[in-house]
Design a protein around this ligand. Structure first.
Ligand SMILES: O=C(O)CCC(=O)C(=O)O
Length: 224
């Protein structure tokens, strides 16, 4: 087989490099992972530049995802959520190389079977996600929530439920973040509004250990 002028059949090292690249698609499996300990039991991992083809993937997601305008009660009346939510069928998600390989890497790295991805589309800076925890999972004592970003760079804010201490990360296109431990029990997270900002899509995978006492989901999202 000849690729880029290299006959890989005669070059075992090149052969191995090519099959490693092919087996992980457009993601950088070994991109450095920074662990941020929020407290003794909650953490966030951030992997910068994890997805290599985020522009092309975003263009396909914009057309392929079934985007939906959800509504919420705010101040006693129904209003549109300031963002769109969406899903792909399992087959569609698995056919998208970045999503397929991200799921494989996450499952292997965190030793769990994540559900998803679900998608969030922030059309501009006015779209946002209020501070919340992903309590629809109900068992929050030990969870893994991963988000892969496509498009505009935006802040991702975490706030301690008890002390109100905040940690702000800047998440750019192709960056992967993973919240773990007791993060959903003890910390809120959200994406604040910005004055000026281009579109952004987040792909989100979730897993719960189902350990501990289940919570009752509470839809209200504060701020933003
Ligand atoms: O856009 C993000 O990364 C945050 C998404 C999120 O918080 C959620 O879907 O619950």
């Amino acid at each position: 087989m000849v690729a880029d002028g290299v006959d890989s059949a005669e070059h075992p090292l090149e052969n191995r490099r090519m099959s490693a690249a092919a087996s992980h698609g457009p993601i950088v499996r070994n991109a450095p992972r920074e662990r941020i300990d929020l407290d003794e039991t909650s953490w966030v991992d951030v992997v910068r530049g994890f997805a290599q083809d985020s522009e092309a993937t975003m263009a396909r997601l914009l057309t392929d995802v079934a985007w939906k305008q959800n509504r919420m009660i705010r101040g006693g009346r129904m209003v549109d959520d300031p963002r769109l939510d969406g899903m792909l069928s399992r087959a569609q998600a698995e056919a998208e190389p970045t999503l397929h390989f991200t799921r494989l890497v996450l499952d292997a790295r965190y030793r769990c079977r994540l559900i998803g991805p679900a998608f969030v589309y922030y059309r501009n800076g006015r779209d946002s996600m209020g501070l919340h925890r992903d309590d629809e999972m109900r068992w929050l004592d030990r969870t893994i929530i991963a988000g892969l970003a496509f498009g505009a760079t935006r802040p991702f804010v975490l706030q301690s439920v008890r002390s109100k201490q905040t940690v702000e990360l800047s998440i750019a296109s192709g960056d992967l973040y993973v919240m773990g431990g007791r993060c959903q029990a003890d910390w809120l997270h959200g994406v604040p509004k910005l004055d000026e900002c281009g579109p952004k899509i987040s792909a989100v995978w979730r897993w719960t250990s189902r350990q501990g006492k289940p919570t009752t989901p509470h839809r209200e999202r504060v701020g933003y």
